[in-house]
Design a protein around this ligand. Sequence first.
Ligand code: PEP
Ligand code: MG
Length: 575
Amino acid sequence: MIGTGVVDGIAIQKTFVFVTKPGETGASVPLGMKEEQVRFAEAVCLSKSQLEKIVDKIKRDAGEEAAGILEYQLLILEDDDFLGKIRGGIEAGRGSEAAVRATCAEYAEFFRHVDNDYLKQRYIDILDIQKRLLDALNGRADITALGREVIVAASDLTPSQVAGMESAWVKGILLENGGASSHSIILARSLSIPCIIGLNGLMDSLHGDETVIMDGTTGEVLVEPSDEQARCYREKRAAHERDKARLRDYIKREPVTLDGRRIGVYANISSAAETAPLLAHGGEGVGLLRTELLYMNFEEAPSRETQYGVYAGIAKALGGRPLVVRTLDVGGDKHIGYLGIEPEENPFLGYRAIRYCLDHPALFREQIAAILMAADAGDIRVMFPMIATVDELLRAREIVEDVKRELAARDVPFREIPIGMMVEVPSVALMAETFARYVDFFSVGTNDLTQYLFAADRNNKKVARLNNSFHPVLLRCVEHVCTAARARGIEVEICGQAGEAPELIPLWVAMGVSGLSVSIPTLPLVRKIVCETDTARAKRDLEAVLVMESAEDVARYLREKTQENQAAEQESGRD
Ligand code: PEP
Ligand code: MG
């Protein structure tokens, strides 16, 4: 089987087939009754199959008797009274989660008060079942329960599903669908989990537990490989690890081009837990903190104090290095149930990011206040996502000013901070000179900018061919943004995935970007490429590619140039 490799790395492991469909997850607003019935039925199936596997494993490892404890949970999941009560709740108009919680509460209450020690323990089983059912409804793979390393195979995964995974167990991800710049893949990349997407027929050909080799560079998947194939890939994996180890030299070396230009190399993160790894990989700060994950981890919007703690904590750990906090970019493929955004026909063109925040000023103000207050702890900057018009930018800025007035009136300490915006909507790229008047910096989101330039959903594999950041139109847009920014004296960084594409890095340098914000695992490679860049040569290449007609032409040209340069370097090394 072959798909598109989107995160490098080779994994050889048994599969875990994850069946919950992402479209049906995380719904805290009840869907229609029929849909809720189907969701619940599937959650029961998934929970049963998970339990059956665990029971089998316990039987193998510890004998029949030990497995008896969990067999009781299996019986409950087949019990007509238990299931009937939940189904009744759904028929009465409740969402599946609410119906599960109500019935489990009733059962747990009964067992808790029963006058029999043996039955009393069933109380814990009910809580366990409740958790398993809710996890299944929310699409969380219960990989911890498997207690082993796996390659996860799924039709698709939502960002919260990837975030909810026990990453130490997940050695690889195979998706039938998926998009290279989807947020699920972005998260997997930051966790260094090899990924392949666009694997047609994947879910029909895997049942779980088969041994698979996957190569995240080439997109190859081998099911039940021969011993010889496994040996061959183990060697390849060892070579890959050696290459990565060689890059470690660049972690300490300053990212300065051959002609002496200093380029900032920052990391994209979505949680405080990534601060230490980013520093260990040579990150000079955070160029993009995606705050959505923080919101996803809570049952309701985190308070300003909670957010303050997170932002200040990261800033402190960065020890004075910059931290760009992007305000909430909800919507698109990032669903946060409790915010109540209704399902949309075209979520990437819909109620997303700043559009939502401007309509919900109370929520937005809490985040802005937390960012301003945390600025005392380090070099914090704020950045607005998905700005499409000057009016949106000015309204967002006005809210920042208003929050400052509120904090000052209440004697709450805060700091003035730079205000920037993402350039990820074509309207902004085209009018960059106007927007540059109102911000302190730009950060180019090439993931969205590419999808919007080509009107091609970044998560849709059928149009993935169009989403190509080597296309001259994207390069022309970014070049235009850099020229406009230079004229106003403001800085530009790239924080979309194209910022870490090795062949494109010299072009960004030639355009005059001040920094690149990339996924943590690629930091050493990006530093290396900056060190090897000759700006004058990159400018000649830029001039050549800007007038080309297609992404393929650009890619071919850059590949040939790289080969020529490598040959010339080898030649001069021999002299
Ligand atoms: C982008 O669009 O390029 C970007 C960095 O933001 P996100 O991927 O979170 O949409
Ligand atoms: Mg974006």
